[in-house]
Design a protein around this ligand. Structure first.
Ligand SMILES: [Zn+2]
Ligand SMILES: [Zn+2]
Length: 184
């Protein structure tokens, strides 16, 4: 068995990678965006660009345009705080990791929800958010990817799933060990 050493990501890389994966669930192809809301190094909400549960998705029925924007979907950032609210989780003092910088509407909601730090994958359109964040006392940062970590992930996804599929048989004791020993 290959005992390659794990590459342990720093927290910012860990959460930003989650946001990137979450973005893949988006159902409005105008922008595949993903966000993770974190408090005390724990995920308290996740979101992607998509319609509220039970409503039509842009991918299925097309966009619902209004003044140059698609309004069918909730933005990934909104969905993180809505998820936290739905589950009754405090968002005060939280950090938002998001693949694209928030639009002005979402930024207002993040400020109102008590988000104190926003880490963005890249700046998207509205640069007024810099000044607004400064006024609101919100730390806004552009994420600097760790290329070693991304290389490690690429390798992991190319090899690990196939190795595991071959290794794991239903009822194997070590299968349960793996899933129950998640550390955060
Ligand atoms: Zn759309
Ligand atoms: Zn938005």
């Amino acid at each position: 068995m290959d005992n390659k050493k794990a590459y342990r990501p720093k927290w910012d890389h860990y959460f930003m990678t989650m946001a990137m994966m979450i973005a893949q669930r988006s159902t409005c192809d105008r922008l595949l965006a993903g966000s993770v809301l974190v408090r005390d190094k724990r995920v308290i909400g996740t979101g992607y660009n998509g319609s509220p549960s039970g409503l039509d998705h842009c991918d299925d029925v097309g966009h619902l345009m209004h003044e140059g924007h698609c309004i069918r979907t909730l933005h990934s950032e909104e969905n993180t705080v809505i998820q936290a609210a739905k589950l009754g989780i405090i968002t005060e003092g939280s950090t938002l990791y998001t693949t694209y910088s928030p639009c002005y509407h979402c930024l207002k909601k993040m400020i109102a929800a008590g988000v104190k730090r926003i880490v963005v994958g890249q700046i998207y359109r509205d640069t007024r958010i810099f000044e607004t964040c400064m006024k609101a006392g919100v730390q806004l940062e552009i994420h600097q990817p760790d290329t070693k970590w991304l290389d490690h992930l690429t390798e992991l996804y190319q090899t690990a799933p196939r190795e595991k599929l071959g290794d794991i048989k239903p009822g194997d004791a070590h299968v349960e060990d793996r899933t129950s020993s998640q550390t955060f």
